[in-house]
Design a protein. Sequence first.
Length: 315
Amino acid sequence: MTFKNVFTVYLKRIFTKKMYIVTLVLLLALTIIYKCLPDAEKTADIKVGIYMEDSGYYADRLAENVENLSSVYSFYIADSEKQLTDNIKSGHTECGYVIPEGFFDSYIKGLSGENNIVLYTAPGTTLSEAISETLFSGIYKMCSVDILHYAAASPDLDEQLDLLLYSYIEGDEIFRVSDSTGGNYIAQNEIYPIDIPVYELSLIIIIFAGLLGLLTYMTDSEREIFIALPDGSRLLLLTSAIAASILPVYALSILSCAIIYGITTSLMTLSLCAVICFFASVLLKPVIRKSTVLTKVLPVIMLCSIVIIFVRSML
């Protein structure tokens, strides 16, 4: 009786267990899903809608420059108020603004309370105030010259006022936030991997496979088919059963993590986990002598493993 022959027999037996096949298929499916999802599903984008009822110079200018209002939020012009509210309800849009007819004229003249902008938000949003600051900052920059002209009411001084305003805005007298990175952050161009915990799942499945291999051996042992074998042969059977259960899962885990994460330290951790699980399962045999006891303990061990692995991944 050689290790190779016994290992082959247990390898065939382990692949007859439905739970084992399910874990392998799950790991393979998650890897395929991760690689096949289009990039559009992997982008982070905070969409903000604007429906324009107002018309005229500033309305057209805002519509033209709306995409440049901020590099963090993605503004767009909605075709109708219903489209805007539907997008917010569906979660496509973080919040939306309706700019009523006559708003820009009232805004420049300082007519508070007339033609106010309507803000639509979804329940639970926390960004509407910051987005509003971004939008109104852009509107103010566009209208600031006309606001100053209207307040001064001196057409002869318009040119001088313009020079003073531009000098003030571009000067050091006011506080402003400047970009120290030398570039713009454009959220819709940043690609984010979808958070599928393939690595964590691989660790959990390896632990499960080691225990399943031990359970397979103990079930065979309780049928008294090894009763005439010496201790050395029984140890050979035990190690073969556990190795046959762990190795296919380990190989698929290495392949999946290499595809998703590349060649990183995670592969070393998976290898270390497989070795530890192998020896831990072997050493667990003298402690747990009956398969019925292992069946009751196995869910507890797996639950503790899941908690430890995912808690550590979040730290």
